[in-house]
Design a protein. Sequence first.
Length: 573
Amino acid sequence: MSLLTIRGLTIRYEGEAVVDGVDLAVERGASVGLVGESGSGKSQCALAVLGLLPARATLSGSIEFDGRELIGAGQEVLDDVRARRIGIVFQDPMLALNPYLRIGAQLKQILRSHGLADRREADARVIEMLARVGLPDPERQFAAWPHELSGGMRQRAMIASALIAQPDLLIADEPTTALDVTVQAQVLDLLERVREDTALLLITHDLGVVAGHCERMTVLEKGRVVDSGSTTSLFRSPGHRHTRDLIAAAPRVDRGEPPAPVTTGTVLSVGNAAVEFGDLRAVDDVSFAVGTGETVAIVGESGSGKSSLARAVLGLLPLATGRVVYAGDALASVVEKRALAVRRDLQLVFQDPISALDPQMRVQRIVAEPLVVHEPRLDEKRRRERVIAVLEQVGLGERFLRRYPHQLSGGEAQRVCIARALVLEPKVLICDEAVAALDGSVRRQVLGLLREVQRETGLSIIFISHDLAVVRSISHRALVMYSGRLVELAQSGALFEAPRHPYTQALIAAVPVPDPVLAPRPAPLPGEAPSLVSPPPGCAFHPRCPLAEAVCRAKAPALRTVGGTQVACHLAE
């Protein structure tokens, strides 16, 4: 008998089925992936198992856990199952962890509420679990508040809370979506090591994650199961069109030809840029250029300085030193002092489209707003025509004019953000993690849109991302940042085929590959990026570098050219 057996699960809200007749089984100790795009019903299934759906949801079918029916079960049964028998790791640990309780107190609460340890034992059990999930200095993290931990450390604390009661089943709901690729690799490796005999139900839209960590997978589309079977067989021979589409849409860091190098003139250049926040130097002496019609990617982990550099280029953050040159003219350091025409030519697309759109404005007004500022003499009719034209350009069209942001999917909302940026026909578009929150097929559509606009208009793009698989598919050149500094800059083909810097090599190795028959990935990059307030001496990467020598610990490497690549590494040869 399976540990978890779901039969004919249907979930309705006001008569509309969001999950329709789902069947799923998880054997003891097995790992099963539940795959699908946003809105496919994945998380609804997880919440149903734990009895956490809102009161307005109506359920039918069966959810049987270890021979016990959970649909219709009383509160006493559910309280016994939650945490004690079934643990869950949510996507956003900052929302899942109680901000008013220290980490240790939250984990002790689980043990105490289930009678698994007395007060004295609980402290030791919690510290032991925090150490087991790889948190540095677990005694200190025991007393820390959630906001004092980095994203990766919070997710480790969340995994510790899910496993502290030694459950039989662990449900991980998009546990790595919001994390850097290196932290993602650490967390996935951690899940493999610490769950022991605990069964795993891994919910994700990332086919690479499923390929490397799940023995079986079930694919959902619009609330229905369209494919189910062993992961290897489904990747080799997917039975349903939707599964084939998901696999085809998954970006791959290990193959694919990057765009050919661009040989046009420079439209924008950044020279010796530095950005400071008090004693903290977030960007340190970074220089690069962007050609007309070229996409230059900026990659690195959170805290590497990518977004600070982009905001300095736009004048949203002042430069401590250095300069930005656009169309041959040096720009003022702050946007308020820049000419209106320059502000028009440099536009930005944010990571989270819903947060970037005013919830009280319809799409027509959102997209038209830049025209009101930059072309105030444009009459209402011509402004509406321009808005419709750019909406059609991004694949939406006139029918979206009267919609509010909450009436848009994630992909539609991001297209509206892109339309708002493109309506002024800018020369340079900065995309700050603009596809990080999108599902595979939607991400592919948005990337295709950017490439098409670039071909038609000669648009230059600065593409900020921590996902090197996406970067490989869209960028002509890529620069890699670590701890505020530029460590490698090369044509994309050279960067992915022969990366020179150990950090670049580690980033590429950490990207999950959507192919379960490939050899196992290398061990994830250990540790976290150093503090920018007190960086280590010498090369900032040396505490995590497997190749570090004495010179790396003593002297910071200068950026130099090795085989056509600019690289800051003593051992690049």
